[in-house]
Write a protein that binds this ligand. Structure first.
Ligand SMILES: *Cc1c(COP(=O)(O)O)cnc(C)c1O
Length: 386
């Protein structure tokens, strides 16, 4: 049974697959130790350095798994059982970190902030100073609420406390400039299906030189063999022993991710950020006319996930079901602290396109019996284009 080929994903991940990535899924099969695969992987390593803003000495690669494996791999590599981690949490993905670190047997401290509000830098600095964690961890763009956290300032907090700094860049890297080295980040990760618009299944990750030294000095081996950075590095970076087999990498997903990544760098990260901002503000204006309001105040609003509160009296779940069944448009409801309270619209990679938002607004207008939404969208878009 073939799925309907005209369904629009406006969800905050997965996003519609980039045409170059879609084409690459049909490229021929190669073995994971094939020279063509190694050459292709080398280009991915170099492109990921540009994407993350990190230089020589860092280790960039793909994990075979989704963004959550990226999250788990960072905690598992950079912490040993009993070691202290301070998680700055303001949503469902911050809580996922807390749970993962606890399962790894770490000494977990969570500093929590109100849903919809950003992490407070001064409170984080006070906690880091008194707790002296081995690792400070935060989500850059909290997908569950649509909040952008102040990562550059938190990098300074980590340095001052002598902690390694881990950043969940799942909804940010690839859709805005990212400066891992300049911001003092030791580990960052994303998932292929978010800002890069590749199929899900690989997690692009970046370890700083300092992070790799830390992994090399561990007393105990990394609890997860599969995502051990030293094992991974023996496959991705040849040493005296050449390239070593670690696990059978999903070659088709490497092709697809590599093409989506090249397309993102060709477009430029500034240009992509501007595209998300422009489409997002026009969509918000059109929705505001219908009585929706932004969940997060402007300065802390994540450009890649627009969380909007539906007007009271609207059966938001029923409207989303109609959008999907009658118009083939998928939008996400809330998650964690926002469950049942908001809609979350993706503005990552291929979903930050005017054509998609026009289709969504037309469909929503039909479901609600309201005209003029798309016109309002275009009206706000036009001056931005001029
Ligand atoms: C989607 C997401 C993840 C988890 O990624 P999966 O690919 O679903 O495993 C982690 N963090 C953030 C901020 C996300 O948006």
């Amino acid at each position: 049974m073939l799925p309907d080929d005209d369904v629009l994903l406006l969800t905050p991940g997965p996003t519609p697959i980039h045409p170059r990535a879609q084409a690459a899924l049909g490229w021929p099969m190669r073995g994971h130790m094939d020279p063509e695969v190694f050459a292709y992987n080398d280009r991915i390593v170099a492109d990921l350095r540009r994407l993350y803003g990190t230089g020589e000495g860092s280790f960039t690669s793909l994990l075979s798994g989704t963004g959550s494996l990226g999250m788990e791999a960072g905690l598992a590599n950079l912490l040993e059982p009993g070691e202290r981690v301070l998680v700055l949490s303001n949503g469902a993905f911050g809580e996922r970190m807390v749970e993962m670190a606890a399962r790894l047997g770490c000494d977990v401290h969570a500093l929590r902030f109100e849903a919809g509000a950003p992490v407070d830098v001064d409170a984080a600095a006070r906690a880091a100073r008194s707790l002296r964690p081995a690792l400070l961890a935060v989500v850059h763009g909290e997908t569950s609420t649509g909040v952008l956290n102040p990562v550059p300032e938190l990098g300074a907090v980590a340095r001052e406390a002598g902690a390694l700094f881990s950043v969940d860049a799942v909804t940010t890297v690839g859709m805005m400039p990212f400066a891992m080295d300049a911001w003092g980040i030791d580990y960052a990760y994303t998932g292929s299906q978010k800002c890069l618009s590749a199929p899900p299944g690989v997690a692009p990750v970046a370890f700083s030189a300092r992070a790799m030294e830390r992994v090399a000095q561990r007393r105990l081996p990394v609890a997860t063999w599969y995502a051990d950075a030293l094992g991974m590095r023996r496959y991705w970076q040849p040493d005296e022993g050449g390239r070593q087999y670690h696990h059978t990498v999903p070659v088709q997903l490497h092709w697809a991710l590599g093409e989506a990544l090249a397309a993102a760098l060709e477009e430029g990260l500034e240009a992509r950020a501007e595209r998300a901002r422009r489409v997002g503000s026009a969509a918000l204006a059109a929705l505001q006319d219908l009585g929706f309001r932004a969940y997060v105040p402007a300065p802390h609003r994540l450009p890649t996930v627009l969380a909007v509160v539906p007007p009271s009296g609207l059966d938001e779940a029923a409207v989303r079901r109609s959008l999907r069944s009658e118009h083939g448009v998928t939008v996400a409801g809330g998650l964690g602290p926002t469950a049942g309270k908001v809609w979350r619209l993706g503005l990552m990679g291929e979903n930050a396109r005017e054509v998609h938002y026009r289709r969504f607004l037309d469909a929503l207008g039909r479901v609600l019996g309201e005209a003029g939404l798309r016109e309002r969208f275009d009206e706000v878009l036009e001056p931005a284009l001029a």
